[in-house]
Design a protein around this ligand. Structure first.
Ligand code: NAD
Ligand code: IPM
Ligand code: MN
Length: 373
C-alpha cells in the first residue's frame, strides 16, 4: 500500500495540494490501489507551530514515506532570517538525498502555444526535461553569514556529478533513438563547472556512448532557450543554481509558472538505486512555482502544476503509467480550446476567468470519464 507524506506548506501550497489530492480516490476506485496519506507541516506553517522550518519528526517521516507530496514554502511574513520557511524544503531534499530534480517543460495543451510571450512559430514543439542537481553546489556546503560578509561555497564532488549524470543518461536511453543531452555549466569561469564538464563527459563516453552529449555555457543557454527553445528538446542537465533559474525561465516559455511540475528522485527512474517499498522511485513531488503570496487566499491559483506533479508521482513512485497519462490528458482537455474539442477552462494566469476549484473540478470530471467511473 503506497504511503504518501503530504506537506502542503504555505500560501497557495495548501490550496492547490488540497485540490490535486482529490484525484487519488478516483485512481483507487479504478485500480483498487489504496493510498495512505499523512499530512504534516513544513515551511512557515512549521515555523509558526514549532519554531523550526521542519521538525526532526517530519524529516524522519520523509525518509520513511514512499513519496512526499509537497506544495510550496515561504512568504514575506517570515522573511529571510534563518531558519526561514524555504530552509525546511532544502533540509528535506538533503535528508532524502533526492539529488535529481526533473523539471519538464512542454505545453500541457497545444492550445496554450499562442499564450506564450514567445512567438508561436518559435516556441511551438518545445519539449525538454531539465534535470537539476538538487543536493549540492552553492545551495549546500558550509555557509558563512556575518554582518558584512556572506559566503556560499559552490562545490561539486565526483560522486555528486556522476550520480546525476547517470539519471540524465538513463532517461535519454528511454527513447529510441536516445534523446540528446545538453549539459549546461560555466566551465569558462567556475572550477566546479570544469570538473562537472569533465566528469559528465566521462560518464557519457563510458556508460552511454549512444547518447549525443553537448555542452553549453549556462548564460548563453538562458538566452537561446528564448530565441531557439526547441533546439534543446531532449534533456538539459545542469547544476543546482543554474537549474533553479533556467526552470523558472522555462515557466516563462510556456506562459505561466502555474503549469510546470517537478519530481525529485534518489536514483534513475525505474532503477534499483533509491527504490521505495512499492518498487518505484523514492521521491518528492512539487510544482516549480512558489507560494505566490500575491494571489493566495483568493481561490485564484492555477492547480495544474500541482496536479501534473501528482501525475509524476504516479509514474515515478508508483509505476502507474496509465493513470499518470490519464491525468495529463485530462489536464490537456480542460485547457484546450472549444474549437479543438476542449473545455477551455483556465485560471487568470492563462487569461481565463476560472478559479482554482472550477479548474480542479473540471480535471476531476475528465479523469473520472477517462477511467470510466
Ligand atoms: P512564485 O513562484 O511564488 O510566484 C511568481 C509569480 O508567479 C507570481 O506572480 C505568482 O502569482 C505567479 N504564480 C506562481 N504560481 C502560480 C499558480 N499556481 N497560479 C497562478 N499564478 C502563479 O515566486 P516568488 O513570488 O518569487 O516567491 C514567493 C515565495 O515562494 C518565496 O518565499 C519563495 O522563496 C517561495 N518559493 C517556494 C518554492 C517551493 O517551495 N518549492 C519555489 C519557489 C519559490
Ligand atoms: C525551487 C525553489 C527553491 C529552490 C527554494 C524555495 C528553496 O525556488 O524549488 O525552485 O531555490 O530550490
Ligand atoms: Mn526556484
Amino acid at each position: 500500500m503506497p504511503h504518501i507524506l503530504v506537506l502542503p506548506g504555505d500560501h497557495i501550497g495548501p490550496e492547490v495540494v488540497h485540490e490535486a489530492l482529490k484525484l487519488l480516490p478516483l485512481i483507487t476506485a479504478s485500480t483498487g490501489v489504496e493510498f495512505t496519506l499523512d499530512h504534516d507541516l513544513c515551511g512557515g506553517a512549521s515555523l509558526d507551530a514549532h519554531n523550526d522550518s521542519v521538525t526532526e519528526a517530519v524529516l524522519k517521516k520523509c525518509t520513511e514515506a514512499d513519496a512526499v507530496f509537497f506544495g510550496s514554502a515561504g512568504g514575506p511574513e517570515w522573511g529571510t532570517r534563518q531558519p526561514n520557511p524555504e530552509s525546511g524544503l532544502l533540509r528535506i531534499r538533503a535528508m532524502m538525498e533526492i539529488f535529481a530534480n526533473l523539471r519538464p517543460c512542454y505545453f500541457a495543451s497545444e492550445a496554450l502555444v499562442g499564450r506564450s510571450p514567445i512567438k508561436e512559430e518559435i516556441v511551438r514543439g518545445v519539449d525538454f526535461m531539465l534535470i537539476r542537481e538538487n543536493c549540492g553546489g552553492a545551495y549546500f556546503g558550509k555557509k558563512i553569514e556575518q554582518e558584512d560578509y556572506g559566503c556560499d561555497p559552490w562545490e561539486y564532488s565526483r560522486k555528486e556529478i556522476e550520480r546525476v549524470a547517470r539519471v540524465a543518461g538513463a532517461l535519454a536511453m528511454q527513447t529510441s533513438p536516445p534523446t540528446q543531452v545538453t549539459s549546461a555549466d560555466k566551465a569558462n569561469v567556475l572550477a566546479s563547472s570544469r570538473v562537472w564538464r569533465r566528469i559528465v563527459t566521462e560518464v557519457f563516453e563510458r556508460e552511454f556512448p549512444e547518447v549525443k552529449l553537448q555542452h553549453q555555457l549556462a548564460d548563453s543557454l538562458a538566452m537561446m532557450m528564448i530565441t531557439q527553445p526547441t533546439r534543446w528538446n531532449g534533456i538539459i542537465l545542469t547544476d543546482n543554481t543554474f537549474g533553479d533559474i533556467l526552470s523558472d525561465e522555462a515557466g516563462g516559455l510556456t506562459g505561466s509558472l502555474g503549469l510546470l511540475p517537478s519530481a525529485s528522485l534518489a536514483g534513475p527512474p525505474g532503477g534499483k538505486l533509491g527504490q521505495n517499498s512499492v518498487g518505484g522511485a523514492r521521491g518528492l513531488y512539487e510544482p516549480v512555482h512558489g507560494s505566490a503570496p500575491d494571489i493566495s487566499g483568493k481561490g485564484l491559483a492555477n492547480p495544474v502544476a500541482q496536479v501534473l506533479s501528482l501525475a509524476m508521482m504516479l509514474r515515478y513512485s508508483f509505476n502507474m503509467h496509465k493513470e499518470a497519462e490519464i491525468v495529463e490528458k485530462a489536464v490537456a482537455k480542460v485547457l484546450d480550446t472549444k474549437e479543438a474539442g476542449g473545455l477551455e477552462i483556465r485560471t487568470g494566469d492563462l487569461g481565463g476567468k476560472a478559479g482554482t476549484k472550477e479548474m480542479s473540478e473540471a480535471i476531476q470530471s475528465e479523469v473520472k470519464r477517462m477511467l470510466a467511473l
